[in-house]
Design a protein around this ligand. Structure first.
Ligand code: BTN
Length: 250
């Protein structure tokens, strides 16, 4: 594939936003840039999701990756994936969507249908690339029919939502805000807002090496670990890195 060509570069507050037509993955392009740079593309030929899944990235969606600095002790950033999920929810709420929920660790859903997905990668020390995909005007089910009942898009749930350019700008503002809160006050300051976005559910955790755990999930702690309340009443805590997959059972 020939190297993708940058179409436009805009300054948005502290962010520098690079805009492309087609790229393989915005996370890869952003992986070579400094903090507070972001990359948006009209489409991706090799968009990727968590656990190496393919992420359908047809024209009309918001495909963007933002480079965030992780200053100081890495431990204080462990819950960043959850904070980024919150930034996406805030952006979509400002775009007129109500009733959003989070599915661990940071899928953004309306009911059972996914509106946005996030992939955080640490491609270099001290930096995180937050890759965010939001279905806006695109039609993921026309590319992969299996997405018909599991995905939704912004235009269908909030017809008056702003155009994609404005949505991108608003998302970068919200990302800057949650980052600033974490830097100054820690994740604990975001915890009540994040915990209000889980709908308590029965879940099954795949913890690797054939280990499965079942129970109810509805909160995380200040380190971003999920609490699993098992049938006997005992609670176990699990970090995002430990959980290979969370399956909602109800
Ligand atoms: C998931 O739900 O599994 C995560 C999906 C993340 C998709 C976004 S789109 C922008 C960025 N570039 C990628 O290749 N992936 C992320």
């Amino acid at each position: 594939m020939t190297e993708a060509r940058e179409l436009r570069c805009r300054q948005l507050d502290r962010w520098t936003l690079h805009e492309y037509g087609l790229v393989r993955s915005t996370n890869d392009v952003a992986g070579g840039l400094p903090a507070w740079h972001a990359v948006r593309a009209e489409s991706q030929s090799a968009g990727r999701g968590r656990w190496r899944r393919v992420w359908v990235s047809d024209v009309g969606g918001l495909w963007i990756s933002a480079v965030l600095p992780l200053e100081g002790d890495l431990g204080r950033w462990l819950a960043l994936p959850l904070a980024v999920g919150l930034a996406v929810v805030r952006t979509l709420a400002l775009a007129g969507v109500s009733g959003l929920r989070l599915r661990w660790p940071n899928d953004v859903l309306l009911g059972e249908a996914k509106l946005a997905g996030l992939l955080l990668e640490h491609l270099r020390p001290g930096l995180a690339v937050a890759g965010i995909g939001i279905n806006v005007d695109n039609a993921p089910a026309s590319v992969d029919a299996s997405l018909r009942h599991t995905s939704t898009r912004l235009r269908d749930v909030s017809p008056a939502a702003p155009p994609i350019d404005q949505l991108a700008a608003s998302l970068l503002v919200e990302l800057g805000r949650v980052h600033n809160t974490m830097r100054q006050q820690g994740f604990a300051a975001l915890l009540p807002e994040v915990n209000a976005l889980w709908q308590p559910r029965q879940v099954q955790l795949d913890l690797g090496a054939g280990r499965l755990a079942t129970g109810s999930f509805g909160e995380v702690d200040a380190e971003g670990r999920l609490a699993l309340r098992e049938a006997g009443g005992q609670v176990s805590w699990h970090s995002a890195g430990e959980v290979i997959q969370l399956k909602e059972l109800s």
